[in-house]
Write a protein that binds this ligand. Structure first.
Ligand code: TYM
Length: 323
């Protein structure tokens, strides 16, 4: 029996290379080995996107983006969160077990509240809905970037609380965080994030990619002097895109044989080379929406099939099912 993998991505606009290396690539790499479920979490995205048209369009785009980077719907189950029956019910049940002071500890929530973003109940409850995403599939592993570690810890806490009260229903899932890509840096060296405006989009045009790479923040080492690759934002991205060339680049950095401009030019061309095949597939899929709707219909069927057993068990043990 294959282990169950579950992850989610918000359809919150243009996905970026942080999302790709931190999460999406893992889904593709692991789709043969695991019984994999990937949820496009449109309820979560409602905490930031509150225009119907935008949410609808972004949802479909995110689905297409996952297919374009190589997620195979024959192997992995790709579905939209709102197609899963029982998910909000499970969230409510978990809400009755977890305390508000516990949720107040969530870093993601605290960061947003500190930035002055109005903390809606949805934002506050975000980790509980995420726990429901994971536990409704009885997932073993959850591939994510470092920023989601605490949310998966909270998921385990919720599973424990439930099991203590009602008997063993849920497994305690484990986060799967790849060290080298746990935090993909943005063009300013901070974590790449849409909300920081420091992203390189996964589906940008060549010109946009060259423009974004040109803006990567570097120090002012003059050409001819050595640059420490450890402290260089351009080199950090070379590690993701520059394959076999990386050792040669490291040597040139250390020997002072490469300047920031040349390094950026090489990086931009390597990113373009890496992403071009994804873009082609994406264009084809954009013109074949019927295929995409078909994938989602099948995905919803498989995801619901998997979740049903857990939901029925939860209804029984909690007494919600009263006859
Ligand atoms: P979201 O939509 O913000 O991000 C999706 C995934 O991309 C990863 N990621 C990164 N990884 C490395 N470096 C970066 N700079 C970077 N930026 C983003 C995130 O860690 C994440 O894995 N709460 C989740 C969505 C979610 C979910 C779930 C995840 C909802 N339900 C169930 C797993 C399981 C989120 O907001 O991700």
């Amino acid at each position: 029996m294959k282990k169950v993998l579950l992850s989610g991505i918000q359809p919150s606009g243009d996905l970026h290379i942080g999302n790709y290396f931190g999460a999406m690539k893992q889904f593709v790499d692991m789709q043969n080995e695991y019984d994999a479920y990937i949820s496009i979490v449109n309820y979560h995205a409602m905490t930031t996107i509150q225009t119907g048209r935008e949410l609808r369009e972004n949802t479909l785009k995110s689905v297409i983006d996952h297919l374009a980077v190589g997620l195979d719907p024959e192997k992995a189950t790709l579905f939209v969160q709102s197609d899963l029956e029982g998910l909000n019910e499970l969230t409510w049940i978990f809400n009755t077990l977890i305390t508000a002071p516990y949720l107040e500890r969530a870093h993601a929530y605290k960061d947003k509240a500190e930035k002055g973003i109005e903390p809606s109940m949805g934002l506050f409850d975000y980790p509980v809905l995420m726990a429901a995403d994971i536990l409704i599939m009885n997932a073993d592993v959850v591939p994510v970037g470092e920023d989601q570690r605490q949310h998966v810890e909270m998921t385990r806490e919720i599973a424990r609380k439930f099991n203590n009260k009602y008997g063993d229903v849920f497994k305690e899932p484990k986060e799967m965080i790849m060290k080298e890509v746990a935090v993909v840096p943005g063009i300013d060296g901070e974590k790449m994030s849409k909300s920081y405006g420091n992203t390189i989009s996964l589906f940008a045009t060549d010109t946009e990619i060259r423009g974004q790479v040109a803006k990567i923040v570097t120090d002012s080492t003059p050409v001819g002097e050595s640059i420490n690759p450890q402290n260089d934002n351009v080199f950090a991205l070379h590690k993701l895109f520059s394959g076999k060339e990386i050792d040669e680049l490291r040597q040139r950095y250390e020997k002072g044989e490469i300047g920031h401009k040349e390094s950026k030019d090489i990086l931009a061309e390597n990113i373009i080379k890496y992403l071009t095949p994804f873009r082609k597939t994406r264009e084809e899929l954009m013109n074949d929406k019927d295929y995409v709707y078909g994938v989602l219909k099948e995905g919803a069927k498989r995801a619901n099939g998997k979740a049903r057993e857990i939901i029925q068990k939860v209804r029984e043990v909690t007494g919600i099912k009263y006859v």
